[in-house]
Design a binder for this molecule. Structure first.
Ligand SMILES: [Zn+2]
Length: 616
């Protein structure tokens, strides 16, 4: 072991020993947690940029495609289902993202949780900062359900960064527009469940706006060009019947109709805006005359693709009394409309395209819908690719977190139905089992049962077996894939990265916010690849590669940027800081120490609160 390694271990040990009894100023720690993730992303970026060449194109447009809960297993199974629907064996089929040139893996843990949760994962994926379980758009200073903790913990998102660059922006999702993933782009909340004011505790309603209200009243929400998804109930007063489901009212207690308020605010600013809530209205839309579009197509989430155009189900799965038709537009319909508006801006755009219900189907242990929704997401991406030029558009496809679905079989033949059962029963109990199984969830039964009779495997509602009974399945904690196409994709999206690195890499490719600097420089000066295998692994420090890479940089006489900027909710407060090597190292070690100790304190509290809140 080299002497350098010993120093790292010593510093690590000393800092832990010395610092553990001393409580750190809360404000310093809050700022520090944010800085840590920015610095972490910057270091990863520097590593990736060692592969850059003289040609470093700039992404004018960005499309970030998120399959909520789209684990690698989900992507593999969906690929096979796609092929089998075409009458092929399926295993050798390619989904469109399988053809992308760049692939990486993202670590999805949260600041205080081993297995990622959607809003905290979305904060990492869209704001570049890891967050606490069930908080939204806040760094680690934000505490669950604690309104006061949001004051200094708000972080900016890819949409803020895109707006600063003069780009248009859009969100298209099949989930509620106020749901965890889309909300992380525009809202800051100590609880992802504060989607309307009825869920915000009365004592803090004046200080902490609900998520829907932030979308309509605050930046960057009120400047987003295209907003499409479900969730009307959070925009309508509790005395106003839903236009589609007449027997249900909105949920707002403040008496406001936020859809109307949204349109009124745009009119006041002389902006060309339109609010719609049906598929017909979307079909009739003339994108040449609309620059701002709010489409809320469902009371809650949009229907699963399997239900579109069929009898609508209520949220708990039972048929609604009104037998309302669920005539929701498809994700591809919404994507085409969104791009028709967004592509009008010469400066480009940022679009989040979310398949929000893959996750929900998995929570029910229902792989049919999970795979079907994944294929709908692929169809939407294919629609997008028809409208953009990949030479100037960075497309990144990933998931917020995984799920506990497994895929396996004992000598199951090629082309065997992916939703079917293994051809060989269990050698222990002699019972059959499906190829796709779950670790946890409602599919558990004793004795184990197949979700269908005989060999038929095409039941839309089939609930596959789970090892452990739970009302809903848990998420999966494994890494999720990142597929990328477009400017700088092959440089930026390789290897195993923190999820919070992704938006920083996107910002680099598109020259956004704190990564805009390279576009202002006349000549690029990237060094030749100098990749070295780390020669030692300091114990107790998980980011082992960082110190070694830092050492390499130091031997070259280069300095590593610690935190190129710290983003605040207020515009115009961004600063750059460059610190010497050992300060970097020391700060990283301290950050790791405090991240770990803070996680210990709040984990049990967060998980307990999570159990009391419906994850869907
Ligand atoms: Zn989930």
């Amino acid at each position: 072991m080299s002497a350098w390694c010993c120093v790292v271990i010593m510093v690590s040990t000393i800092s832990t020993g010395v610092l553990s009894p001393a409580p750190m100023n809360a404000e310093v720690k809050e700022a520090y947690d944010r800085q840590y993730w920015y610095a972490q992303a910057q270091e990863t970026l520097q590593k990736r940029l060692q592969y850059a060449t003289g040609k470093n194109p700039v992404a004018k447009n960005v499309i970030l495609v998120v399959g909520d809960g789209m684990s690698l297993t989900t992507a593999t199974a969906a690929r096979i289902l796609r092929g089998q629907r075409r009458g092929q064996s399926g295993e050798d089929t390619d989904l469109v993202w399988d053809t992308f040139p760049a692939v990486a893996l993202a670590k999805t843990y949260n600041v205080d949780a081993q297995t990622g949760e959607s809003s905290a994962c979305a904060t990492a994926l869209l704001c570049g900062v890891k967050a606490r379980y069930e908080t939204l758009g806040l760094d680690a200073g934000g505490r669950f359900n604690n309104c006061a903790s949001t004051i200094n913990s708000k972080v900016t998102s890819l949409i803020d960064w895109a707006h600063d660059a003069g780009k248009s922006s859009g969100i298209v999702t099949t989930a509620r527009i106020t749901h965890a993933t889309p909300a992380a782009l525009y809202a800051h909340a100590p609880s992802r469940y504060w989607e309307d004011d009825s869920r915000v505790p009365p004592t803090v309603r004046r200080d902490c706006k609900d998520i829907a209200l932030q979308l309509v009243e605050n930046e960057p929400g009120k400047s987003i060009n295209v907003i499409m998804g479900g969730g009307r109930r959070h925009f309508l007063p509790n005395v106003t019947p839903d236009p589609e489901h007449k027997n249900r009212e909105g949920r707002r207690l403040d008496g406001r109709n936020l859809a109307e308020d949204w349109a009124r605010e745009k009119k006041r600013r002389h902006l060309r805006a339109q609010y719609i809530h049906t598929r017909e209205q979307l079909a009739k839309l003339d994108p040449r005359t609309v620059d701002y579009l709010l489409g809320l197509f469902e009371y809650s989430h949009m229907e699963f693709n399997a239900e579109r155009g069929a009898i609508a189900d209520t949220e708990d799965g039972t048929h609604s009394e009104g037998n309302a038709k669920a005539e929701d537009p498809s994700l591809a319909d919404m994507t085409r409309a969104a791009l028709s508006i967004l592509t009008k801006n010469d400066k480009g755009f940022f679009l989040l395209l979310e398949g929000g219900r893959i996750d929900h189907a998995h929570h029910y242990n229902n792989p049919y819908r999970a795979l079907d929704e994944t294929l709908e997401l692929e169809t939407a991406l294919l629609a997008a690719l028809e409208k953009v030029n990949p030479a100037e558009t960075l497309i990144v496809v990933t998931a917020d977190h995984g799920h506990v679905m497994t895929f396996g079989g004992q000598a199951t033949p090629r082309g065997h139905p992916i939703l079917g059962s293994d051809t060989v029963p269990s050698d222990i109990d002699g019972l059959k089992y499906t190829t796709l199984l779950y670790g946890t969830g409602p599919g558990h039964s004793e004795p184990r049962a197949l979700p269908f009779n005989g060999t038929s495997s095409m039941s839309v509602d089939a609930v596959h077996a789970a090892a452990v009974p739970r009302q809903w399945s848990t998420h999966g904690g494994e890494d999720v894939p990142i597929y990328a196409l477009g400017p700088m994709a092959t440089v930026l999206f390789t290897g195993v990265v923190e999820q919070s690195y992704i938006p920083h890499a996107i910002a680099y490719a598109a020259c956004l916010a704190h990564q805009a600097r390279r576009c202002m420089e006349t000549a690029f000066n990237f060094t030749k690849p100098q990749i070295k295998i780390p020669s030692c692994v300091p114990p107790e420090v998980s980011s082992v590669s960082a110190p070694d890479e830092t050492r390499n940089d130091a031997s070259n006489g280069r300095r590593v940027i610690v935190a190129s900027s710290v983003m605040s909710d207020e515009r115009g407060t961004r600063t750059s800081a460059v610190a010497p090597l050992m300060t970097d190292l020391y700060l990283i070690i301290i950050a790791l120490y405090f991240t770990v100790s803070a996680a210990k304190n709040s984990l049990s509290e967060s998980i307990t609160s999570g159990l009391n809140n419906e994850i869907l």
